[in-house]
Design a protein. Structure first.
Length: 233
């Protein structure tokens, strides 16, 4: 699915210049649409081009492991675009956070670094990226209505997950950004943050990756996988 952000949620927002525009392509010029801009990209969230698996983990395991497979016929580069144009890691976190973040991007533009909102003579930044998760602050959450509230909720959930030792950056070998050739399957591993209680408890892990084609036409994707629940084989 390719659904643009609801412009009502961003009314009055001044778009921040993105350093990553050379790698994030897509969309058409919005010069004739009042208040519109062409920053960020639409990400495809319902593609089966990549299959992500998350292995069952032992209780209180310090790592989560899994595989990522490119089932297509073109190479993909997997790495999350940052505001400065570099690529960052995907994310391993609690399964519910991954689901909600993926749902968010099914109806919103992915915009590294967020967009600027004039406020009280200054500027506040509403980001759509906290690693790969939507992010902002309580202020921008209230300014952006339902959209901002969901970003705020996801950030709070992610912070709680990190305190619990449920987050980590997945890497292939030693690299958190990597290329998947056509038909290639790679193993990934994520070292988890320490838990403040010393015990991570029972939780279901999810993994989320941002990938894009390395040759034209370039599409941008978010892929996710989940640790099997006890009821699953």
């Amino acid at each position: 699915m390719r659904i643009s952000v609801k412009t009502a949620a961003c009314a009055g927002a001044a778009a921040a210049t993105l350093a990553a525009t050379t790698v994030l392509t897509g969309g058409v010029a919005a010069a004739y649409i009042p208040g519109a801009n062409n920053n960020g990209v639409v990400v495809i969230t319902d593609s089966d081009l990549v299959q992500v698996t998350v292995n069952n983990k032992a209780p209180n395991a310090p790592q989560v492991t899994g595989t990522i497979k490119n089932t297509g016929d073109r190479p993909l580069q997997c790495g999350t675009p940052q505001k400065d144009g570099t690529l960052g890691p995907g994310q391993v976190t609690e399964a519910d956070i991954v689901t909600r973040a993926k749902d968010f991007y099914s109806t919103h533009i992915f915009e590294p670094g967020g967009f600027a909102i004039p406020y009280g003579g200054g500027v506040q930044t509403a980001g759509s990226l906290y690693n790969i998760l939507p992010a902002n602050s309580s202020l921008t959450g209230s300014l952006l209505g339902d959209s901002g509230a969901e970003m705020l909720k996801l950030r709070e959930m992610q912070e709680d997950a990190r305190v619990a030792g449920h987050t980590g950056d997945p890497r292939v070998g030693t690299a958190t950004t990597f290329t998947l050739n056509a038909g290639q399957t790679s193993n990934w591993v994520a070292d988890l943050a320490p838990s403040t209680t010393g015990d991570r408890g029972e939780w279901q892990a999810g993994a989320m990756f941002f990938c894009r084609n390395t040759t034209a036409p370039v599409d941008n994707f978010v892929f996710a996988g989940y640790e099997p629940t006890p009821e699953e084989p």
